[in-house]
Ligand binder design. Structure first.
Ligand code: FES
Length: 235
């Protein structure tokens, strides 16, 4: 089950700190903080840029949250932000999960990072599959390179993946080689793509075809059940 869309709010925030791993701390009211997998649309107060940026949760932080990379280079500590959110469906780790795989298929694991503490709290073993090194991964988490993807996916009873829309086909091909009996009981996938309007203008930039139907990643996702994208897969 995915996290349902929360009541959306408008408000202001501030970029307060940029960390060495390119994540950043955003100060904002608690009701604007997205859950793991959800996002807020952020627009810098003084910016000429016409489009807002999708900002994803990565970790908790005092008076706001730590967001995933990468923010626009022009945003510096002190930049005032207009925020709208939280938006979209996020991840939800099922209560039965005791073997949790977090798989950054093609980029930073920062958007999956927020699931680590949730999984550990329910006494799950956690394996993070990624190519990007993050230096504050808890010791209890095993980190594996992407070449271990299929082994870890088959080991897990719940898997959360982060993948760019353009790489979904490649992911589907890899999963097509999995024996269904060895797939996790449940799997969810965060599809990354530009989401300039966050469903307000129905611009269609984030469109995805699933089973011959158009879905909007900004509001139908960005987290989808794996079996809704790849029907022959469990999850
Ligand atoms: S971002 Fe405009 S419809 Fe999804």
């Amino acid at each position: 089950m995915r996290v349902n869309i929360s009541p959306m709010k408008n408000g202001t925030g501030q970029l307060s700190e940029i960390y060495l791993d390119s994540r950043a701390r955003i100060l904002c009211p608690p009701e604007l903080i997205p859950a793991p997998g959800q996002y807020v649309l952020a627009h810098a107060d003084s910016s000429d840029d016409p489009l807002p940026v999708s900002v994803f949760f990565s970790d908790s932080a005092p008076n706001g949250f730590r967001c995933a990379p990468s923010l626009p280079l022009a945003w510096r500590p002190g930049t005032q932000l207009n925020l709208r959110g939280p938006l979209g469906h996020g991840f939800s780790i099922p209560a039965f999960a005791r073997k949790v795989a977090l798989i950054a298929f093609d980029e930073s694991p920062a958007r999956l990072y927020g699931l680590i503490s949730i999984a550990l709290k329910q006494d799950a073993e956690v394996v993070l599959v990624c190519e990007t090194v993050m230096d504050d991964i808890p010791e209890a988490v095993e980190v594996q390179p992407l070449r271990a993807f299929m082994d870890i996916y088959q080991w897990a009873d719940y898997a959360a993946l982060d993948v760019a829309r353009e790489n979904l086909h490649q992911l589907g091909e890899m999963l097509g080689k999995t024996e269904q009996a060895k797939s996790p009981r449940e799997a969810q996938v965060l599809v990354r793509t530009p989401m300039p309007c966050g469903a307000v203008a129905e611009c269609g930039v984030c469109a995805l075809t699933i089973r011959h139907e158009w879905k909007m990643v900004c509001k139908d996702g960005p987290v989808f059940e794996m079996n809704s994208i790849f029907p022959h897969k469990k999850g």
